[in-house]
Design a protein around this ligand. Structure first.
Ligand SMILES: *Cc1c(COP(=O)(O)O)cnc(C)c1O
Length: 296
């Protein structure tokens, strides 16, 4: 499915002679939003092929991947199980309420246990307790996910720079794989510990035309600042495009800051991938008393 990008305008871009476009894959589905749609697509097909009736996955209590998996599993007739990091909190947040409403069975494990979640012995103990399941890792990144995220970028997306927010690196790896060699792919990690990220991306892609921009994580995953929130609000009012504060807000803040700092040569065209994540804004709104746009 080809999703057209559209150019956004601002006096800054004119002054710097930069063309900035956004590819709104966040609009692909209201609940299986943005990159999670692409990451789940071939995993769901694989689960069907393996004849399992249950899909199990992992995530934090506000995870976009958890709610997307819950909805996708229900649509395709699977039972879903979410293994959630940390303690159960009351009342249940919007992400988990939505996931439960989609029929997801939820189990909470301690942060210590959570670190062992992908080990054989932990998976075996889950199987003993929960029966047979198709397992999707945290954040949804595996080879089937990369197959899906390779479909985000199209040959018709001919911009000089392609930008994406990064969590586990699955999305950017697919984008790198389908980019052309004369394009440069820029990844904006939303996390602070990106030491392993380069290694992880290299696991999925042999191409060299990419670079991590590590200055815009705002202190780390799900860390936000007044400045970032103000940016997300202003961006919405100026361009009528809602962003999330965990991923896409940080990336666009970074892109615009880089434009200001003349990072991109004059005449460059830049494509930002809007990977979605708006469901998480509902949680941020409550925690910080905000009114960011969301879709739950
Ligand atoms: C999950 C997510 C990402 C990170 O994707 P990875 O493939 O884990 O790098 C980026 N943006 C949004 C909106 C997300 O929900």
């Amino acid at each position: 499915m080809f999703i057209k990008s559209h150019e956004i305008s601002h006096p800054l871009f004119l002054e710097k002679e930069i063309q900035l476009s956004i590819k709104r894959i966040d609009l692909i589905h209201p609940y299986i939003s943005g990159n999670k749609f692409y990451k789940l697509k071939y995993n769901i097909l694989e689960a069907l092929k393996q004849n399992t009736n249950t899909i199990l996955t992992f995530g934090g209590a506000y995870s976009n991947h958890i709610s997307a998996t819950a909805f996708a599993a229900q649509q395709k007739g699977f039972k879903s199980i979410g293994i959630i990091r940390g303690e159960e909190t009351f009342p249940l947040n919007h992400t988990l309420t939505f996931s439960k409403d989609c029929g997801m069975e939820i189990y909470y494990i301690s942060r210590k246990e959570y670190r062992k979640k992908h080990t054989d012995s932990f998976i075996k103990s889950l199987q003993k307790k929960l029966g047979r399941f198709y397992q999707i890792p945290e954040g949804g990144t595996n080879k089937f996910a990369i197959q899906g995220t390779s479909e985000i970028l199209d040959v018709k997306d001919t911009q000089n720079y392609i930008c994406s927010a990064i969590g586990t690196g699955g999305t950017i790896s697919g984008i790198i794989n389908s980019s052309s060699d004369n394009q440069k792919v820029l990844g904006f990690p939303a996390i602070k510990g990106y030491e392993n990220l380069e290694k992880d991306i290299k696991k999925w892609s042999n191409k060299q035309n990419w670079k991590l921009i590590t200055d815009y994580h705002f202190g780390g995953y799900a860390k936000i600042s007044e400045e970032l929130i103000q940016f997300v609000k202003d961006f919405y009012h100026t361009h009528n495009i809602p962003l999330d504060a965990v991923y896409t807000g940080k990336m666009l803040f970074g892109i615009i800051d880089l434009i200001k700092k003349d990072f991109f040569p004059k005449g460059s065209s830049v494509l930002a991938i809007h990977t979605g994540g708006l469901q998480g804004n509902q949680g941020l709104n409550e925690r910080y008393n905000l009114d960011l746009p969301h879709n739950l």
